[in-house]
Design a protein around this ligand. Structure first.
Ligand code: ADP
Length: 450
């Protein structure tokens, strides 16, 4: 094999903390960076730190971070040989991946075919069934009429969850507790799906009552080498959005973890998948049920990095450059425990977004504390985008030490001028259920309702 070379210049097609995360990996690898930004993000940290930057449009995402021709032009004029799409925005857009590859620029991610396959959740589930991965019982495909839905519900049973085929971010999902609620739930899910994803197709699944959200991180190169990096437990959610994540999960036995890892790695290798990816499962009563696969980096990837010592972004870049993985499954060791607290600029009780000027900013430090954030004092959090402003990532030799360190780090964290959900995380760290690891995906919602 001829020696594969790394890229010379990577364009980062994203913003905020993840743009900075990618920039940091590139700099350590000796790769030049191009930042793109909207007019609202001109003063952003990733723009300041990049080697070059290009303004690609006005504040609304559709005119900037989702503006494919503008991003392609930016890559062209700066001579970037690869584009990293980050998380969200165009990271799971097969058209974008195809378009830039047609222009001779490498997409740092999987093939457009795999993005497409997993982007359609019905196809994704069918594929996984064929690969021997257990899935949530549900409709075999899309559900078009109320009659069809009723018929399926009699074989699966209530409660049922209706989900958008092209859904994401917890949108387009509705629960029906009985046959009476079904037509209304279908109507609402379809309308939400249409409004958010431009596609109103929905499918149905059994709604699990007390599951944990367990996801497995995978890594595969172009030469058929696939490994898993253990699981993350993302059960602490509000409105299907993750708030607090842990690796490893406090709810799994070692043999369950190993069994799931094996099933997943085998499936990924058979699929011929390349890049980083995450398979999301619900876990209940000792059983795993596949929900979906994300064909990109995840927001919560740092906790896996903390317990494995593997830099996922660097690996992702190397894989895209055609460099084979230089470790095998048996070389990967999960050590200690890591927790990520997502710090959103929102009121900690009402969750109303709180954009504005950051008047004071002081980050915690010390052993085992990592902050991934684009914030600085004097930065203005724009109102146009996601409210994630920082990720507190903490490592501990044991889970108990990790939680204690989360509590300590949160105590040091100062963000003023905008409201944040730090007070919520402070409460979580002290909760007996969190400390004992005894929680499921509905735990936080129930707690918030009091
Ligand atoms: P999205 O792509 O919008 O994130 P997912 O399919 O990953 O949608 O589901 C998001 C969350 O919704 C899950 O983490 C879980 O909390 C909840 N959920 C999804 N499917 C089910 C189900 N069958 N039973 C119970 N909860 C579910």
């Amino acid at each position: 094999m001829t020696e594969k070379k790394l890229f010379k210049k990577v364009l980062i097609a994203n913003r905020g903390e993840v743009a900075l995360r990618i920039l940091r990996a590139c700099r350590e690898m000796g790769i030049k960076t191009v930042a793109i930004h909207s007019t609202a993000d001109a003063d952003s940290m990733h723009v300041r730190l990049a080697d070059e930057s290009v303004c690609i449009g006005p504040a609304p995402s559709r005119d900037s971070y989702l503006n494919m021709p503008a991003i392609l032009s930016a890559a062209d004029i700066t001579g970037a040989d690869a584009i990293h799409p980050g998380v969200g925005f165009l990271s799971e857009n097969a058209t974008f991946a195809r378009m830039i590859e047609e222009h001779g620029i490498t997409f740092i991610g999987p093939t457009p075919e795999h993005i497409e396959m997993m982007g359609d959740k019905i196809t994704a589930k069918k594929t996984m069934i064929d690969l021997g991965v257990p899935v949530v019982p549900g409709s075999d495909g899309g559900v078009d009429t109320d009659e069809e839905a009723l018929e399926i519900s009699t074989s699966i049973g209530y409660p049922m969850i209706i989900k958008a085929t092209s859904g994401g971010g917890g949108k387009g999902m509705k629960v029906a507790n009985n046959a009476e609620e079904l037509p209304q739930a279908l109507r609402l899910a379809r309308a939400e799906a249409k409004a958010n994803f431009g596609n109103d197709q929905v499918y149905m699944e059994r709604y699990l009552r007390k599951p944990r959200h367990i996801e497995v991180q995978v890594l595969a190169d172009m030469y058929g080498n696939a490994v898993h990096l253990g699981e993350r437990d993302c059960s602490i959610q509000r409105r299907h959005q993750k708030i607090w994540e842990e690796a490893p999960s406090p709810g799994l036995k070692q043999e369950e973890r190993e069994k799931l890892g094996k099933i997943v790695t085998k499936a990924i290798a058979k699929l011929g998948y390349r890049g980083v990816g995450t398979l999301e499962f619900l876990y209940e009563g000792g059983e795993f049920f596949f929900m979906e696969m994300n064909t990109r980096l995840q927001v919560e990837h740092p906790i896996t990095e903390m317990v494995t010592g593997i830099d996922l972004v660097k690996e992702q870049i190397k894989i895209a450059a055609g460099i084979p993985l230089d470790f095998k499954q048996e070389d990967i060791e999960i050590k200690g425990h890591a927790i990520e607290c997502r710090i959103n600029a929102e009121n900690a009780t009402t969750f109303i977004p709180s954009p504005g000027l950051v008047t004071r900013y002081h980050t915690p430090g010390g052993w085992g504390v990592r902050i991934d954030s684009h914030l600085y004092q004097g930065y203005k959090v724009p109102p146009y985008y996601d409210s994630l402003i920082a990720k507190l990532v903490v490592y501990g030799h044991t889970r108990a030490e990790c939680i204690k360190r989360v509590e300590r780090a949160l105590h040091e964290f100062v963000i003023e001028g905008v409201e944040t959900i730090i007070p919520l995380h402070q409460k979580l760290a002290l909760e007996p259920d969190i400390q004992s690891g005894n929680y499921d995906i509905h735990w936080l919602e129930k707690k918030l309702k009091g």
